[in-house]
Design a protein around this ligand. Structure first.
Ligand code: ADP
Length: 256
């Protein structure tokens, strides 16, 4: 009889713990959703008004003012994008965000992402070597907006954590008949093997990068992993300390 009572008590405690964690999770989701909304409104004002200032024709800005406004605008858009990504992580965790896979031209998206990152790369003296022909017919089953964000995040990292004069190479790699695999290789410092999993955790950053004050918050790779998962794909990492890192994305091939 004692055993039975103890077991029942154990089960009840477990149920209560599950319930508590569900309540805490809902509170977290709600908090992040509200927070993001509260952040977006002023950010949109910063972005919008900085644009207005730059378009001013009666009292046009001088060159240096115009440059400063462009920086404000860029920083505002960067923050807005980050807030958006945190919200997306949240919506995936709460089960609200699902993916309706469609036919996506991978080569076109990659070409776009490389083009839009080229200024940033130039500023850091890093060059892109995209070995994937933009006109090749590589179609995957995925969500185009999500894929775009995935490549932007990975290319941003590959540039940011690269060395001066470094290179970022994009190529297709063998992945079996129903898969399409893309490798993004950089020539940066690399990632220690015992951090291969942790770098995908929200807010996790390598100590060396925090110490060296390299900008970042640690949500980029979390988004990559979660987006890949809802598209039934995968991301993996392999690195050699001192010589570079390679992220591999595995997508489902589109079948007509
Ligand atoms: P963020 O770049 O904003 O810090 P991420 O989630 O994109 O956040 O990446 C998490 C951490 O993983 C980074 O802070 C960095 O320490 C490490 N990292 C990511 N990409 C690379 C890379 N290509 N080379 C070396 N380290 C990387």
């Amino acid at each position: 009889a004692m055993d039975l009572t103890a077991r029942r008590q154990g089960e009840e405690a477990l149920l209560r713990a599950v319930e508590d964690s569900q309540i805490a999770n809902r509170a977290k989701t709600e908090f992040l959703a509200n927070m993001s909304h509260e952040l977006r409104t002023p950010l949109n004002a910063i972005i919008g008004f900085s644009q207005l200032l730059d378009m001013e024709t009666e009292n046009p800005l001088n060159e240096s003012q115009s440059e400063n406004i462009a920086e404000i605008n860029k920083a505002g858009r960067h923050l807005l994008n980050l807030v958006g990504q945190v919200l997306e992580i949240n919506r995936i965790d709460s089960g609200e965000l699902k993916c309706v896979p469609q036919k996506v031209s991978l080569s076109a998206i990659i070409d776009d992402a490389v083009t839009s990152m080229s200024d940033l790369a130039k500023a850091k003296c890093v060059s892109f070597d995209n070995l994937i022909d933009k006109n090749s017919d590589i179609f995957v089953s995925a969500d185009p907006d999500k894929i775009q964000q995935i490549f932007l995040n990975l290319l941003d990292n590959a540039v940011k954590y690269n060395k001066k004069g470094g290179k970022v190479t994009l190529s297709l790699v063998e992945g079996g008949p129903e898969k399409v695999c893309v490798a993004i290789r950089d020539t940066g410092d690399g990632i220690p093997e015992d951090n291969y999993e942790k770098i995908f955790d929200p807010l996790y950053r390598l100590e060396s990068h925090v110490k060296n004050c390299i900008d970042g918050v640690g949500v980029g790779l979390t988004v990559v992993k979660k987006f890949m998962a809802i598209m039934r794909g995968q991301v993996s990492v392999e690195s050699k300390l001192g010589s570079g890192t390679c992220f591999t994305l595995e997508f489902e091939k589109w079948v007509d």
